[in-house]
Ligand binder design. Sequence first.
Ligand code: COA
Length: 325
Amino acid sequence: MKIGILGTGSYLPEKVLTNDDLSKMVDTNDEWIRTRTGIKERRIVAENEATSDLAYRAAEKAIEDAGIDRNEIELVIVATMTADHATPSTAAIVQDKLGIRASAFDLSAACTGFIYAYTTGYSFIKAGIYKKVLVIGAESMSRVVDWEDRGTCILFGDGAGAVVLGEVESGGFIGSHLVADGSGACELIVPAGGSRKPANIEAIQNKEIYMQMNGREIFKFAVKVFPETVENVLKQGNITPDDVDLFIPHQANVRIIESIAKRFKQPMDKFFVNLQKYGNTSGASVPIAIDEANKEGKLKKGDKIVIVGFGGGLTYGSILFEWSK
Ligand code: COA
């Protein structure tokens, strides 16, 4: 049985925060942010919205694009590091909003979350447990960012992307590679708000409820592991970088993507980039990019696509698949 993407959807909150807006909040400027990251603006979730609201809207669009009855969905997976609550899962909230009966759980692998979730959804179908799985990446990064830390707050944004996985006539999933290296946990961490350190007054005063990141280390890590994981899935598919029609990488920093294009001797137009509009939306970045590439007509039936994630955990991974729509 061939298993692939039946439909895609995404949702970005309306509020736009530009680099110029940020320069009024912290000591930074548009030129610095653009040249160091490629980011021009990002979206910010509304005060009365949470991650499940973004996820739900992206899911509605993916179901519509797939042209299926929503009741056919048997499992909802939400990849997120900014869940609405510690419990219940964001996925259960989305399942309820969709008005369907389905199993639902969240998956935590930060910016690699969607790659893990896609592989998980695929595996459930391959094992014969479910026929159609809704896989969502959704984040409200603005809720965990320290808006006084110019080293991190300029990078992140909010949004959601979703795909419906199911049986396809041709193409679909070819190979997946997932890695975790917990020894690098402290390089990208929200120290408080979990069982290690509750979000008490001390944690709030020390700003430990916000994300802390070692930008330079993460940059080096990304440039090292990105080619490693891509080479792994290309080998599984017995193809070379020249055979790939489109790379859809995690949208963290355009300099990371450029260095990989150079390394693989591939033109930049084979790498989908939309981080200038949305910044780094963590687990949402890859499914948002897949949806935009789909809606912009950049994906043709039979195209070989590689999606790549890297980030907190530390985690990284990629999937090679053939576009079947
Ligand atoms: N505006 C202006 N100046 C800034 C700044 C900002 N927003 N942030 C840092 N600077 C300053 C630094 O203080 C430093 O000044 P100094 O030389 O006087 O000490 C200088 O700019 C260079 O800082 P540095 O950290 O070396 O910059 P960089 O080129 O490494 O770029 C990042 C910083 C964060 C953009 C880059 O490291 C990065 O993208 N890392 C990966 C982060 C990431 O993708 N995380 C998510 C992974 S999923």
